[in-house]
Ligand binder design. Structure first.
Ligand code: DC
Length: 226
């Protein structure tokens, strides 16, 4: 039996729209969402480049200086690090790459996994990341794995950046996504892959509303969140 409360897991590669969907699903269900990528990103930023090469004891000591908590619910869920909200500065692709590097280190994963499980005992969650359904919450009530080809994800990111008035180049974005996929899928511990019991959703031909509809319908016909 699971010791945590009802959990919906959303796993998938970089740029597939997990954070937006986690927020929307959490809002629809009236529960909080946990952006575990933001936890890795936040630690990566605090520890700085090259932290993956630190001796294990030192890394453990430095990681343990940071606490994570959730406040609020639905679209208003906030992730707090040492009681300060984690902000947009962690969202750059550079920090994403730093996060993917420290995410290969067992001691870092162990520390964050323990915190994530602890948060899952405090409130029902939509938990999004890479290993939510496979490692952190293997007994989750609902598991989804979102996927799309690197070119599709890069094109979506290009449109997002253009809408924010930023310049970007499709070839560079596709390359960045492929690099991060390689790190996330090929690492020795908790590699990115669907849990055997996850519903795999190919988001290639769906927009956010379409994917949201698939997820909410699946949860509803299987009894909802109780
Ligand atoms: O989802 P994201 O792009 O914010 O995640 C940033 C990096 O953090 C990702 O490339 C790998 C790592 N990560 C992880 O290893 N496990 C998770 N559950 C979430 C993120």
């Amino acid at each position: 039996m699971s010791s945590y409360l009802p959990i919906v897991t959303l796993d998938g590669p970089a740029g597939v729209g997990k954070t937006t969907l986690a927020r929307r699903v959490a809002q629809s269900l009236g529960i909080s969402y946990l952006d575990t990528g933001a936890m890795f990103r936040c630690l990566a930023l605090k520890l700085g480049p090259g932290a993956e090469y630190l001796p294990e004891a030192e890394l453990k000591e430095r990681c343990s200086q940071w606490t994570f908590n959730l406040a609020g619910q639905g679209a208003h869920t906030a992730l707090l690090c040492n009681n300060v909200p984690v902000r947009g500065e962690v969202r750059t692709e550079e920090v994403g790459m730093l996060a993917a590097r420290i995410a290969t280190v067992p001691v870092v994963r162990d520390i964050l996994c323990a915190i994530q499980r602890e948060l899952g005992t405090r409130s029902p969650l939509v938990a999004e990341g890479r290993d939510m359904g496979t490692v952190v919450f293997p007994m989750a009530h609902y598991k989804f794995f979102l996927d799309a080809a690197p070119e599709v994800r890069a094109l979506r990111r290009l449109h997002d950046l253009e809408n924010q008035g930023q310049n970007a180049d499709l070839t560079t974005l596709t390359e960045q996504i492929r690099k991060r996929d390689a790190l996330d899928r090929n690492r020795a511990i908790a590699p990115l892959r669907p849990a055997p019991d996850a519903l795999v959703v190919d988001t290639g031909s769906l927009d956010i509303e379409g994917v949201l509809g698939v997820i909410l319908h699946h949860i509803q016909v299987h009894g909802g969140i109780v």
